[in-house]
Design a protein around this ligand. Structure first.
Ligand code: HH2
Length: 279
């Protein structure tokens, strides 16, 4: 899934794709690079981001979705039911919902829905987040929402642990280390680590953080890890590089559990069919 932020203030690419024409061009570029889905968002979710009105969010995303949906699978990244509704009318076929609350819209339109876990809102989420059992609490919440959505008639339900949303570095790492628990729920899992700040804090030295444009190594390492754990979709800025990693993961049949038990597949056991993982 390629990220298309039609915003002036997103944490990594704010302002770059704010004009519709530039956004549409970027979307086609990502599809040429191998993206299966383009995720269009009109409101930044980064900590401290200014809220955007419904009217402004619609003004940002609808023309872009209308122009793209004939050529590309589009998802809408929003927390507002009115925006989700209009985006689907305009051609979006997946609702990427960081509030995990919009399943009724998905049910009404018979489109897919991503339930992402977060604590608090952009203003409060990074103020001393606390969990007794981060994996249990995140997967419990996601199972609950996914079950409610399924009951309401949504047939394409995805779950996402919400890396960076109300989580410390340790919480993020623990969740990434336990992706197998989410995969074991049976719902397809999606993950977004691309260029996020925990990647920078981990490898910075002497207090100098890695700038957002230089976080490709961490983004690729975590996306590759996630795909190897069975995650079915990764949400990324750097599509071409991630597609290369996805092809390798799919082609080698990389199996982390097998590696742990010392029985990694030999080259002769490599699968040759198309990879199942998307980017
Ligand atoms: N992360 C962001 C936004 N939407 N959706 C899902 N499902 N999972 C994520 O991890 C996720 C998401 C934040 O990244 P970005 O869109 O690049 O930044 P911003 O929110 O500042 O626009």
């Amino acid at each position: 899934m390629g990220i298309l932020n039609v915003t002036p203030d997103s944490f990594s690419d704010g302002g770059r794709w704010f004009e519709s024409e530039r956004a549409i061009m970027r979307a086609h570029e990502m599809v040429d690079e191998g993206a299966d889905i383009v995720d269009v968002g009109g409101e930044s979710t980064r900590p401290g981001a200014e809220p955007v009105s419904v009217e402004e969010e619609l003004r940002r995303v609808i023309p872009v979705i209308e122009a793209l949906a004939r050529h590309v699978v589009v998802s809408i990244d929003t927390t507002k039911d009115i925006v989700a509704d209009a985006a689907v009318e305009a051609g979006a076929s997946l609702i990427n919902d960081v509030s995990a609350s919009l399943w009724p819209v998905a049910a009404r339109h018979r489109v897919g829905w991503v339930a992402m876990h977060r604590r608090g809102n952009p203003v409060t989420m990074q103020v001393r987040p606390h969990y007794d059992d981060v994996v249990g609490e995140v997967s419990g919440m996601l199972r609950d929402r996914a079950a409610r959505a399924t009951e309401a008639g949504v047939t394409d339900v995805w779950i996402d642990p919400g890396i960076g949303f109300g989580k410390t570095i340790d919480h993020n790492l623990t969740l990434l280390g336990s992706l197998g628990d989410l995969v074991a729920t049976g719902y397809p899992v999606m993950v977004g680590t691309s260029r996020k700040s925990f990647l920078a804090s981990m490898v910075s030295s002497g207090g100098s953080s890695v700038p957002v444009g230089e976080r490709l190594p961490g983004s690729l390492a975590t996306a590759t890890w996630a795909m190897a754990q069975g995650v079915r979709m990764v949400r990324v800025h750097d599509v071409a590089a991630t597609v290369q990693a996805a092809v390798l993961v799919g082609r080698t049949g990389f199996d982390a559990a097998a590696l742990e038990h010392g029985r990694a597949s030999s080259p002769s056991e490599m699968r040759t069919e198309d990879p199942e993982v998307g980017a």
